[in-house]
Structure formats: C-alpha cells, structure tokens
Design a binder for this molecule. Sequence first.
Ligand code: FAD
Ligand code: SIN
Length: 533
Amino acid sequence: MRQFDYLVLGSGIAGLSFALKVAPRGRVAVITKKNKAESNTNYAQGGIASVTSKEDSFEMHVRDTLQAGAGLCREEVVRTIVQEGPPRIQELIEIGMKFSEREAAGANGERELDLGKEGGHSKRRILHAKDVTGREIERALLAAIAAQPNVEMFENHFAIDLITSQKLGYVGENRCLGVYVLDKRSGQVETFAAPVTLLATGGCGKVYLYTTNPDIATGDGVAMAYRAGASIADMEFIQFHPTCLYHARAKSFLISEAVRGEGGVLKTIDGREFMDGYHPLKSLAPRDVVARAIDSEMKKSGADFVVLDISHRPAEFILQRFPNIHKTCLQYGIDITREPIPVVPAAHYQCGGVVTNVDGETEIPGLYAVGEVACTGLHGANRLASNSLLEAIVCAHRAAGKAASARFAPADYTIPQWQSGQATNPDEMVVVSHNWDEIRRCMWDYVGIVRTNKRLERAQKRIANLQEEIQQYYWDFIVTSDLLELRNIATVAELIVRSALERPESRGLNYNLDYPRSNPDWAQRDTVLRKQP
Ligand code: FAD
Ligand code: SIN
C-alpha cells in the first residue's frame, strides 16, 4: 500500500493548482490516467474570466454569471469566486503563466493584459494566451509542480474506485480513505491511502457522440463519487458548445467563442445571419440560446451545419489573435481569413457534478472535489463562458486551505487489497467498443439539446440494459481502462437521464418540449441523486 498525505486524482488546472498549494505541507501523489498534460484544461481556448479592468466590476461579473445561470446559481458562491479571482490570476502569473498583452491606450509603450469577450459577458474580461490558453496554463503549472520535491506524479494510472470506511464495513461516519488505482502499464491494481483525497477528474463530454472534449473526459470522478455514496447534483445541465468544427476528419476541434467576441457572425449555409431572430445579443447570446438556435436552424433547413464567418476582419488580426484555430482549420482546407467555418454544436461542459461547498468539501469527510467534476452552485443551469477555469483556481486554493486542517490517521483502518475477476475474454474489446458507441449515440439522439419525456424514457431503458451487461463483464474479467471508462460513462449517462426526468421544466441547458417554460417552483431547486446503500 502506498501512503501519502494528499492524493490528487487528475492533472488539469484543478488538480495541479491544489497539489502546488498543499505540497509544502506533506507528500502528494498526483494520479493521472494518461500523460500529465492530457486534460480538458490543455485544450481550453477562450481564457479565464476575471475582473481586471477599471471599466469592469465584480458586480457586473456577478450579474452576468447569474443571468447565464437562469436562476439556479448560488449567489454567495458566485460572489466569492468572482471576488477571489484576481489574486489567483496573479499567482498564475507569478509561476510563469504568460497571458497575451497589448499596448496600453495612450501610454508610451506600456503593456497591459489583453481582454477578450465571449457570450453573455457585458464587458471585455477574458484573460487569454492567444487561442491556446489551456496549453499555457498546463505548461506553467506542470513546470511549477516539477520543482516540488514533495509531489510524485503517477502517469498512466487510472483511479478505479474510492475506498471508504462504509464500503469496508466500518460503522460510523463514511470517511474516504484512499483509492484503488490501475497501473495501465503493469496491469496491477495498487492501493493508495491518505487522509485527504481530491477528485479533480474533470467532465464527461465523451458520454455524447459529438463533443469538444478529449478522450479523458469520461466522467470517472462523478461515477466514483456516486458509488462511494456522495450526492450528485444538476447533471441534466450539460452545456453544448455552439461552435465545434464540422469536418469529416476533425475529431473534436473547438472554434472558440472568442471568435464571435471579435466579430465572427453565425450564418446559415446560404449566408443568412439568423441570430437576431433569437436574442438581442445575436451571435454573442448565452451558449444555451445559441446552441438551440443553431439546432433549430439545422432542423429547419436540413443542413448538417451552419457557418461562422470572421473573414471580414483583417487577415493579420486573425493570424495574430487565433493562430491555432487558423492553422488547424487550414489543415482541413479551410482558410478562415477568406471563408466561413462550418460548425455544429457539441457536448462541452458538465455544469452539475459532485456536490461541494465553495471550499471543495464533499459530504464524505476526507473527500474533496474541485473543477469540472464538482457542483459548487457557480454555474447554475448554464455556465457563463470562461468561468470554469476561474472556479477551478479559486476553489483549489480554498480546498487546499481546508484540507490542511484535516486530522486523521488512515492506519486506523485496515484496507484490503483489490480483488478482481481473473479471466480475460477475446470478445471483450468488441463488446466494450460496441457498448461505448451505443451509449454515446443514444445520449446524442435522445438526451441532447432538445429533449422530450418520451426520448428520455427510451434512453433510460437502453442504458439500464447496457449497464446490466457491463456489470457482468466488470465482475468476471480482469479490469482494463476501457472497461472502467465504459462502466463510468454508463453511470454518468444514467445520472444525466434521471436528473433530466426529475426536472419538470425547461431551464437553462435543460430544454424539454413537454415543459417548454420555466417553473418558478423549481427556481433554486437542484436535482440531487444519491446511491442507496
Ligand atoms: P481537466 O482539465 O479535464 O483534468 C482532468 C484530469 O483528470 C486529467 O488529467 C485526466 O486525465 C484525469 N482523470 C480523469 N479521470 C481519471 C481517472 N479515473 N484516473 C486518473 N486520472 C483521471 N473553460 C474556461 O473557463 N475557458 C475556456 O476557454 C475553456 N475552453 C475550453 C475548450 C475546450 C476544447 C474544452 C474541452 C473545454 C474548455 N473549457 C474552458 C472548460 C475547461 O477547460 C474545463 O472545465 C477545465 O479545464 C476543467 O479542469 P479540471 O482540472 O477540472 O479537469
Ligand atoms: C471557448 O473558447 O469558446 C470556450 C470557452 C469556455 O468553454 O468557457
């Protein structure tokens, strides 16, 4: 058994920020299922929303967040996160994060942070590193972590399940004791124990057939926490990003909302601007509105995509502001300085998750959750663009402070070694990949941007059948990361469908044709799911 003071599951912005803060106080294991940079964070484009300009105010950022959240945000959480953003940004800069700058207006050669604009923001407030903000954040955080002798990085290590006192049969409070981890290289399952475990495993975009997320986003943290007895809230609010590149060879490439912030306009394939028919902010309306508008235009016309056009801006500006988007589109034969970009909505962000307070504490002592895996109440029914990186740095800082005061010895408990089935089965890969595809397609077709009760019930039945089959495999055969991810996406799919069925209204990202309006009785009501022991 490996013993540490802190276990950090995930090496995106949430996990690395937390690890950096607790490293001076004890030994830290960062457990991450692929290479250390692979995360949703690494692909973030637009940037981090935070109030840094004199023309902006905390009050305005709070108001924009609450408005996007469609009545479901926790206002005190929104205020805390918005107000604590600037010092956390400063810390990122101090460890070497390079945000884009520009010449300050009227100053002789002085530089200031360049601020981008995105949907739902009333001011320019998005700090960014050109269009590769996440890559620069990962670079800076990983460099800072490498200088910490107390942090051990376990790459290609897959967290399977949390170890809790209740699962081990101890009576009394259900405490988190550590985690079972599959070393993907050796195939061995190891036991990691610590008084503090942080879930920082990110989101679940891969539950859907089309997503902007990389392959790591299989909702493992939510599934693990649910199995461990934690409450999971608001999973019906899956955010679909309006503009994912539509191209047969592009797997999941995002066209940042910042493109619309710099004047990009959404049009139908025959060149008609359509957003003025949907919202006064047109192409820069909140994401739920834009994604639904595109969905509706595509259904009306039968087209497979709409287009986003920024070709009216000078080519030098586009190349300097969006070098990665320009380069990537060019690889697919699209020159964005001269022609519109074909785009479609795709699953992007999980607004719900493991219930925590703003300090990252879950209901299970010893278990913390920060970042996309957590549901703090910041995002409500629809996340405001670029608020998730902000939430991760603020909550990681607060959770690190709380976790420092955790007092408890894991040695008080006897933790058994992992037991798994012994058999291997040549059929397994086929069944795993078939079931993966079936769940993702079913979620896309029946639990997408526009829902109905009938479609949700159909999805619920199919997912229940698949879960039975997966469970059989899980107990009988040696675990592999593919099988573990399949089990997790099935659990998360079940939670999304159940949450959507529990909410008898349309609000934010949950749009149900059977209840096309919001119901005031459901304002401020979360859908909370908890596994029965
Ligand atoms: P992640 O960065 O996703 O990290 C999760 C980590 O957990 C990874 O290291 C992963 O390998 C690991 N992991 C997962 N499961 C396991 C397991 N079972 N065992 C071990 N390790 C595991 N938000 C913004 O605010 N601004 C933006 O501009 C922005 N742009 C985006 C662009 C794209 C293309 C995408 C996909 C998202 C974007 N987002 C943006 C959202 C934002 O990037 C994420 O919400 C945020 O990075 C999540 O950070 P995280 O640390 O919680 O999780
Ligand atoms: C983007 O750049 O459009 C993504 C921003 C976000 O998801 O917050």
